[in-house]
Design a binder for this molecule. Sequence first.
Ligand SMILES: C[S@@+](CC[C@H](N)C(=O)[O-])C[C@H]1O[C@@H](n2cnc3c(N)ncnc32)[C@H](O)[C@@H]1O
Length: 228
Amino acid sequence: MDKREYVRSSFAAIAERYDQLNTLFSFGMDAWWRREAIKALGFSGEGLVLDCCAGTMRLGRGILRQWPGARVMALDFSLVMLGRGIKRAHGVAITPIGGDVEGLPFRDETFDRAIVGFGVRNLADPCSGIGELSRVLKKGGRVVILEFGRPTLPVFEDVYQWYLSRFIPWAGGLISGHKEVYLYLHTSIMAFAEEHDVMAEMKLAGFSQIRRRQLTGGIVNLYMGEKV
Ligand SMILES: C[S@@+](CC[C@H](N)C(=O)[O-])C[C@H]1O[C@@H](n2cnc3c(N)ncnc32)[C@H](O)[C@@H]1O
């Protein structure tokens, strides 16, 4: 099975429990990580925002809670994940779109802002996804990428490794019935941190003023850049 298919079917399998387990395994910190990402958009409430790899649309819904007048499109290739989000949206005016980040179904320079939460690591080709984000952003538009990293403090890193490679697959398997998806969480985070330099890839894609902020000791990275 290729990575696209594997990722799509994995998220479909855990969609029902996805939000609940995120909150549980992050001790509720995921809500704060998302809030920081939304703040980093530097959005004024005007214009069109793209939430890519939107999943259950928590980022998109967060943006609309803060700026009810904003227009948000939430794109994901898992209709099952989007479907879970629609159920929780309770009439929030968000536009869900089934599509692939590596071939976005939008014209060049359509959006004022774009955000990706825990999605880039899951792409078959992260560079091509980041390139697509750049293509659909207007000049001067900002992208925010939220992604798992590796903690920088040695002792913390050891505890985190145990938690991510042992505890989460065990507990995730028990609760969702899909241990393999939580094993993939660990391997994908490690492989991504080793193989990808997100800031360099953003530069290649045409972003400038690229910065990174580490959250929770480096467990999560927040990347920001402006389209030139
Ligand atoms: C870890 S979830 C993140 C969901 C959400 N952004 C959040 O913050 O909780 C990753 C999502 O990326 C989606 N995804 C992965 N590769 C994709 C691609 N090439 N195109 C569109 N969606 C993709 C998956 O279907 C999944 O819903």
